[in-house]
Structures are given as structure tokens and as C-alpha cells.
Design a protein around this ligand. Structure first.
Ligand code: HEC
Ligand code: HEC
Length: 244
């Protein structure tokens, strides 16, 4: 095998490992059937592939809350994130229709310092497990966030949908869904991006690229953002934010 071949094989293996890591991460959540925010009992059915302990950990961390109670409990949050989770400040993320597990995970990350932001760390430190479940259920149960519906940025579209344009060989669409609208409505830990504020998306991609934000599983988003140029980031932020 010549040198080029060896390098190529190594790169292939590395990419393969990321894909396996990603799939097993996805499977861990997919195996847990989290009921809709409106169902009466928390918890859910889990296939035999996930052992009991793991099932319990996931259930406790991502238990489903009561959106009606969450509406009342999240009054303070709504002051910044908007009444229905549709914030007007371009640097405050919309939470409307965001995946419940993603919202819960972010609050846990602000609590344990794996995601840093002065205001949100302070806010998160006041939230109990039960309140978190209810608040997340409230925002997740709102109509999904919407963009202006304006013209799509062509470069952004290409980067978002074509796997051969990313260093990892997995396009954004595979994890974030068509037009960034997410893949599964209630269980996914992959956030909805379509219709999110452009300035917020741009900032998060910059933070992933610089390593200021490092809370994605297996550092997946850091690896992805590493290969993006400023123009790529601008184009992607533009593309996802306009999605209606
Ligand atoms: C003073 C304004 C303010 C208040 C009040 C506030 N937030 Fe935030 N929130 C922010 C900002 C700004 C960010 C973006 C932080 C960052 O860049 O990490 C954010 C980020 C988040 C995120 C991450 C969203 C994403 O897409 O990754 C969640 C979830 C969240 N807030 C939930 C809440 C909840 C629940 C409350 C109430 C307990 C709350 N916030 C109160 C300003 C606020
Ligand atoms: C292999 C799966 C995967 C791929 C491919 C992927 N992402 Fe992500 N992305 C994630 C996960 C998982 C998170 C949530 C990280 C966390 O838990 O904080 C995320 C988070 C994000 C966020 C932060 C959202 C928020 O509300 O704060 C942005 C922005 C983002 N991704 C953009 C992109 C873009 C643009 C691409 C393509 C260039 C992409 N992602 C490709 C898995 C992926």
C-alpha cells in the first residue's frame, strides 16, 4: 500500500468511527420512547436493547413534563425567550417547538458548566428537575419556530444538504432534518435550526469552531464547525434562519 493509500484508509476509518459514534448516540435516544407532553404518565417503553440502568438514567434525565404547569413556571424565561418561545432579540434563541430533550440537555449543561453563558448559568441554577421537565414541555409543545420565508442562500443550501461538502462527510441535513426542521418531534437531542435567528446560529457556529462551546456529544459540532469558513457560516446561518 503506498503512502497516499494509507492516509486515505486512515481518514476513512476515522470518518467511520464518527458515524458509528453518532449512530449509537442516536440509538440510545431512539430506543427510549418518550411520550408526548400531553400523555398522562411520565417515562416510557424501552426496547430490551437498552439495559435497565441506562433506561432509568435516561428516564430521569429526560422525563416528560406538564406543559400547562410549564407555562406558568416559565414566566421569567418568557421575558427573554418570548411568550410562545419566539424571542424577538436576535441573540436570544427561539425555543418554540424545539425538541424537549434538547432543551433539557442544554439546561443541564448550563447547570454543570459544560455550556457556559453568564445569564443562562444563573437562570439554570434555579431550576429543579420537575420544573425543568414542565418548562421544556411548554416550549416544546408550541408551534415550531418559523423564519421569514425569504430567498434561500444557495451556498448555505449546498453546505447544509451535501455530505461531500463537510470534513466529516455527513451533511447537516442528516442530523438536523430537512430545512433544519429536526428529525423526530419529541425524542431527538438534535436541535431544530430552521427558523432560528440568524445572528444566534452564526454565533453558535463560531463558538463551536473556536471551542468556546464544547457540549455536543462526541464534540460532533466542533469537528463539523472546524472546517467552516466565515463565508460558510454566514451562508448556513442565512439558509437555516429563513426557513418558514
Ligand atoms: C435575561 C434573558 C434570559 C432569560 C431570563 C432566560 N434566558 Fe435562556 N437564553 C438567553 C440567552 C442570551 C441564551 C443564549 C446563551 C448562549 O449563547 O449560550 C439562552 C439560551 C437558552 C437555551 C439554549 C437554547 C438553544 O437553542 O441552545 C435554553 C434551553 C434556555 N435559554 C432556556 C431558558 C429557560 C428555561 C429560562 C427560564 C428559567 C431562560 N432560558 C431564561 C437569555 C435568557
Ligand atoms: C452528526 C450529527 C450532526 C451533524 C452532521 C450536524 N450537527 Fe449540528 N448539532 C448536532 C447536535 C447533537 C447538536 C446539539 C449539541 C448539544 O447537545 O449541545 C447540534 C447543534 C447545532 C447547533 C446549535 C443549535 C442551538 O440551538 O444552539 C447549530 C447552530 C448546528 N448544530 C448547526 C449545524 C450545521 C450548520 C451543520 C452542518 C454544517 C450541522 N450542525 C451538522 C449534531 C449534528
Amino acid at each position: 500500500m503506498n503512502q497516499d493509500c494509507k492516509v486515505y484508509t486512515l481518514l476513512g476509518i476515522k470518518k467511520y468511527l464518527y458515524v458509528v459514534a453518532f449512530l449509537s448516540f442516536n440509538a440510545a435516544f431512539a430506543d427510549t420512547e418518550v411520550p408526548s407532553p400531553y400523555s398522562a404518565t411520565p417515562g416510557g417503553r424501552v426496547s430490551s436493547r437498552v439495559d435497565a440502568e441506562r433506561k432509568e438514567t435516561i428516564r430521569l434525565r429526560y422525563k416528560t413534563g406538564n406543559p400547562i404547569a410549564g407555562q406558568e413556571k416559565s414566566q421569567l424565561c418568557q421575558g427573554c425567550h418570548g411568550t410562545n418561545g419566539n424571542s424577538t432579540d436576535p441573540l436570544i434563541p427561539k425555543l418554540a417547538g424545539q425538541h424537549i430533550n434538547y432543551i433539557s440537555k442544554q439546561i443541564r449543561n448550563y447547570q454543570d458548566g459544560t455550556r457556559t453563558h453568564e445569564i443562562m448559568e444563573a437562570m439554570a441554577s434555579t431550576i429543579s428537575d420537575d420544573d425543568l421537565a414542565d418548562m421544556a414541555a411548554y416550549f416544546a409543545s408550541q408551534n415550531k419556530m418559523k423564519g421569514s420565508g425569504g430567498a434561500e442562500n444557495p451556498r448555505g443550501k449546498e453546505l447544509f444538504t451535501r455530505s461531500d461538502t463537510t470534513k466529516m462527510g455527513i451533511a447537516c441535513v442528516n442530523c438536523h432534518g430537512e430545512r433544519g426542521k429536526g428529525i423526530e418531534s419529541q425524542i431527538s437531542a438534535f436541535p431544530v435550526l430552521g427558523g432560528q435567528h440568524k445572528d444566534y446560529i452564526r454565533q453558535q457556529l463560531i463558538n463551536f469552531r473556536s471551542g468556546d462551546r464544547r457540549n455536543s456529544p462526541y464534540k460532533i459540532m466542533n469537528r463539523i464547525a472546524e472546517s467552516l469558513t466565515d463565508i460558510d457560516i454566514e451562508s448556513l446561518a442565512e439558509y437555516v434562519s429563513v426557513q418558514p
